[in-house]
Write a protein that binds this ligand. Structure first.
Ligand SMILES: NC(=O)c1ccc[n+]([C@@H]2O[C@H](COP(=O)([O-])OP(=O)(O)OC[C@H]3O[C@@H](n4cnc5c(N)ncnc54)[C@H](O)[C@@H]3O)[C@@H](O)[C@H]2O)c1
Length: 507
């Protein structure tokens, strides 16, 4: 364990042996991957549609509709400490996990490298995330690295029931099923925390609900917790609020703002999934369409570049002159929403803000305009203003509503203003692998940090670890990194082994 002792923010960072980067050795393993086409068709995500198709593959439709809370189930080893839809689906779930593993090479690599050292030996991780095949790969990696885990869903709709069954069959208690009620949701969180002879010492959260529950119901547990790892904007915001109020009593790692999350999940994930979500729901053709993208941050940049590549005419709205200038330099016309709203065929919000598209804009849109959100939750489009007596709502497909104005004009609203890609498309496992690897490393770092390195505050992952996450993924592309000579390293004033950039570098 001593190998972890010298790594920290700003401190000298000695890599454990399994963290050494050896691309040549990794390459043959990745050459075994099937073709990209094969991956794409098999990849699962947290989308509603994919969980639906998964369910039908597992014969869930024939199940009786009793609540999992009323059933006593056991896995094949006699474990009864879990609550999921149906343990009999474990074999289907295992196949899903195996497919995801192929697109999550870094986690698999981490398993192999750190399996002997077991840097999470003694860690008791309670996790609250989407329960999908990709999360299962993360959970099983944590177990391979020595952790004991209990898991719960952070979302009532996104659980892949068969995957949950496979994870339970593997010995990890899971409390989650697709279609939980609000009451079930909190009951599951409570069960995940509260177990006989088991108390968590690490929290992995996505959204902050688990952390909130422990703060509210089990504050005494916090004395044992060595660290919280939080992935979401909302959860991180809550942690900073606690910290500001002097109420954060545990060190926390903000994974959301890691370079490896922001630059990959927000940018590349959205670049790939925006088209998928729009196609699946509307069959729209992009060439020549006039598309208005609100917000030119990472998500907006990803969406714009994908749409431009397919021949769409893209307009951008921005409030920040720097991002607006970036949009201009990338070849997009920056206008006010009111200036372009009448001619838009599609309007996509990516701002993280609220009420960006309001009734006044919706009233002025042309017939057939598609409206959707890739940004924050369901706040960006003012939906309340669309629930008025003169407007008729017509569900034309799952996740597709036509809103009909008195003169017959129809607006096509996707996913009721929730995130289009998470609701209507798949999200690439490879991108999730980057975030999941960051989460795993954040847990390892917080768990092994010597007393005093992290105070009761919110931290970013040390840059060296961000670089390590990236390096673990490079082998997939058979990328060969150049090395600095001693002289060059001295000239730049950095170590030959990184970190290669100062913390303020923006990439
Ligand atoms: N759909 C997904 O898969 C996904 C992935 C990652 C993040 N997100 C979410 O997307 C949102 C945006 O993320 P980001 O990384 O691009 O953030 P960001 O802060 O980099 O970009 C948002 C941009 O919107 C601009 N903006 C704010 N209010 C505006 C307004 N009223 N009109 C026009 N522009 C406005 C800001 O100036 C900023 O440049 C966040 O809520 C984030 O949580 C979604």
């Amino acid at each position: 364990m001593a190998t972890w002792g010298s790594c920290g923010s700003g401190a000298a960072f000695n890599q454990p042996q399994w963290m050494q980067i050896q691309f040549n050795e990794e390459k043959p393993e990745f050459n075994k991957l099937p073709t990209k086409t094969g991956h794409r068709s098999l990849t699962r995500s947290i989308s509603q549609s994919s969980t639906d198709s998964l369910s039908s593959g597992c014969g869930e439709s024939s199940e009786e509709e009793s609540s999992p809370r009323d059933k006593l189930q056991r896995n094949s080893k006699g474990l009864a400490d879990f609550c999921i839809k149906n343990i009999d689906q474990a074999d289907f779930g295992r196949r899903e996990i195996e497919v995801a593993q192929q697109e999550m090479p870094a986690l698999m690599n981490l398993r192999k490298r750190a399996e002997e050292e077991k840097p999470l030996s003694g860690a008791k991780v309670v996790g609250c995330t989407h329960i999908t095949a990709q999360t299962a790969v993360l959970i099983e990696t944590l177990v391979a690295l020595g952790a004991q885990c209990r898991w719960v869903a952070c979302n009532i709709f996104s659980t892949q029931n068969a995957v949950a069954a496979a994870v339970v069959e593997g010995g990890v208690p899971v409390f989650a099923w697709k279609g939980e009620s609000e009451d079930d949701f909190w009951w599951c969180i409570d069960r995940s925390v509260c177990a006989d002879a088991w108390q968590p010492n690490m929290i992995l959260d996505d959204g902050g609900d688990l952390t909130h529950w422990i703060y509210k119901k089990y504050p005494s547990l916090l004395k044992r917790i060595r660290g919280i790892v939080e992935e979401s904007v909302t959860g991180v915001f809550r942690l900073y609020q606690l910290s500001k109020a002097g109420k954060l009593c545990v060190p926390a790692m903000n994974v959301n703002d890691s370079v490896t999350k922001q630059k990959f999940d927000n940018l590349y994930c959205c670049r790939e999934s925006i088209l998928d979500g729009l196609k699946r729901t509307t069959d729209v053709m992009f060439g020549g369409k006039q598309v208005l993208v609100c917000g030119y941050g990472e998500v907006g940049k990803g969406c714009c570049s994908a749409l431009k590549a397919l021949g769409a005419v893209v307009y951008v709205t921005e409030v920040d002159p720097i991002c607006a200038l970036q949009a201009c330099m990338d070849g997009f016309r920056v206008l006010k929403l009111s200036e372009v709203i009448r001619q838009a065929d599609m309007v996509i919000t990516c701002t993280g803000n609220k009420n960006v598209v309001v009734r006044e804009h919706l009233d002025r849109m042309k017939n057939g305009c598609i409206v959707c959100n890739m940004g924050h939750s369901n706040t960006e489009i003012d939906l309340v203003s669309l629930h008025t007596s003169e407007l008729k709502w017509e569900r034309v497909r799952p996740q597709v509503d036509h809103i009909i104005w008195p003169d017959g004009k129809r607006i096509v609203l996707l996913a009721e203003g929730r995130l289009l890609n998470l609701s209507c498309s798949t999200v690439p496992s490879f991108v999730l692998s980057i975030t999941a690897t960051t989460q795993a490393l954040a847990l390892i770092e917080l768990f092994n940090a010597p007393e005093g390195r992290y105070k009761q505050d919110v931290y970013l992952l040390p840059k060296k670890m961000d670089e390590y996450v990236a390096s673990l993924h490079l082998a997939t592309f058979d990328a060969h990194l150049s090395e600095l000579s001693d002289d060059q390293a001295k000239y730049l004033g950095i170590s030959k082994n990184g970190p290669f950039k100062p913390s303020y570098y923006r990439y």
